[in-house]
Design a protein around this ligand. Structure first.
Ligand code: AMP
Ligand code: GLY
Length: 420
């Protein structure tokens, strides 16, 4: 098979390396890709939102499958348009991807089908939203922009002043554009967070092994929210008992709910969960693999990924048996100085071999480029140093040994991944 991967991050690098483990995968292209992906696939320079350009490339390159990995092109209907053009594509339709791209849709879905989530109200009017917060007088309170906002659309307001500022910037100043036309105001809930990605063809759902992201920029969960500074799998808080509860009360009901709404979900469905004192609740859904969750979950997959992907596209996932390694996996993200705020690009990365790897472990590339044989920084999250191990402690120790071998000006990372 020839495959075209859409995207340019660590998640896409992970997917490509995993797909290539199978001899069935003959050639992989990636649009637009990055410096590390160039060592594993042929990169083609097409923007992820250029749907027509992507269709043209898929035809010219005569690929057998297009894998749409990021949220924006999924929400824009890239999979639907590929299929209309007669091209096989992996990922949910735009209607199904709304489970991520509209928080109002996903919250209403959960309410309608009794799927546990934090209490909430929806507003499209600034004054009414503000009156509600004043009357409730309960802090912290959680304010969410309805639409996609590069992972920045959730604000936890500690007091009325912060809530006012959040409402004003989202609803009046439109810092997230039309994503802020509506907002969700949600009850603040607490507890450990768990990410569970699941394969589903709309009929069968197979949850993958669990993971834990670390979203804040600094040690001790301090600092600003980021795309994710590191991950571990399995998630130590996710017991067998909790897994069973989630299967019966969250995973299967979500697949059924989407079918009843005429939005069958085919692809990778991501459940962001919180284990609260009042039970497990859904914080958010994503319509795609998490990044950097994919980096620790997929290395544990023993079944060829391409077989699962094909079964999902062909809607016969129940025929596939999926097996996982007992090993644990850890990923430490190396970020550019300043990230998640402003940072420089084009800084030379030292310590990688000519394939952009370490000899002992895998380095997934996110924000990198390859210039005249030199790897340089090209984004906020730069690399994900990843190791398997027979226990979580061993995986973490190895990953941090790898981190010591790599350096670039301004490099920063969390030293407490997996320590909680
Ligand atoms: P999201 O962008 O939906 O993943 O939200 C970002 C982060 O905000 C989550 O990972 C949680 O840590 C936090 N969060 C979201 N909703 C709530 C809530 N209702 N209560 C407490 N924390 C929340
Ligand atoms: N790591 C969180 C996400 O992919 O949304």
């Amino acid at each position: 098979m020839k495959i075209l991967m859409v995207g340019s991050g660590g998640r896409e690098h992970t997917l490509i390396r995993k797909l290539k483990e199978s001899p069935k995968v003959e050639r992989v292209f990636c649009a637009p890709g990055n410096g590390g992906i160039e060592c594993d696939a042929k990169c083609v320079s097409i923007d992820v939102m250029d749907i027509d350009g992507m269709i043209k490339a898929a035809k010219e390159l005569e690929v057998d499958l297009v894998f749409v990995a990021p949220d924006d092109p999924l929400a824009a209907g890239m999979v639907d348009k590929m299929q209309q053009a007669g091209i096989r594509a992996f990922g949910p339709s735009a209607k199904a991807a709304e489970i991520e791209s509209s928080k109002v849709f996903s919250k209403n879905l959960m309410k309608k089908y009794n799927i546990p989530t934090a209490d909430y109200e929806v507003f499209d009017d600034y004054q009414k939203a503000l009156d509600y917060i004043v009357n409730q007088n309960k802090f912290p309170t959680v304010i969410k922009a309805d639409g996609l906002a590069l992972g920045k659309g959730v604000i936890i307001a500690q007091n009325l002043q912060e809530a006012k500022e959040a409402l004003n910037s989202i609803m009046n100043d439109k810092v997230f554009g039309v994503s802020g036309n509506k907002i969700v105001i949600e009850e603040f809930i607490t507890g450990p967070e768990v990410s569970v990605l699941a394969f589903t063809d709309g009929k069968t759902i197979y949850p993958m092994v669990s993971s834990m992201d670390h979203k804040r920029a600094l040690d001790g969960d301090e600092g600003l929210n980021t795309g994710g500074m590191g991950t571990i799998s399995p998630n130590p808080y996710y017991s067998d008992e909790i897994e069973k509860y989630c299967m019966d009360n969250i995973f299967i009901p979500t697949v059924n709910a989407m079918n009843k709404e005429g939005r069958a979900f085919k692809g990778c469905l991501y459940f962001g969960l919180m284990i609260t004192p009042n039970g497990v609740k859904v914080i958010e859904y994503n319509a795609r693999f998490g990044d950097p969750e994919a980096q620790v979950v997929l290395p544990r997959l023993k079944t060829p990924l391409i077989d699962i992907v094909n079964a999902i596209v062909d809607e016969n996932l129940s025929n596939v048996k999926i097996e996982w390694s007992e090993d644990a996996c850890a990923c430490v993200v190396l970020a550019s100085g300043g990230y998640p705020q402003e940072y420089k690009k084009g800084i030379e990365i030292k310590g990688l071999n000519s394939d952009g790897q370490l000899d002992e472990m895998t380095v997934y590339h996110a924000g990198t480029k390859l210039e005249d044989g030199v790897f340089k920084t090209n984004g906020g999250r730069v690399l994900g140093v990843t190791s398997l191990g027979s226990t979580l402690d061993i995986a973490l120790e190895n990953a941090y040994k790898g981190v010591q071998k790599i350096s670039f000006d301004g490099m920063h990372y969390r030293t407490d991944i997996g320590k909680k």
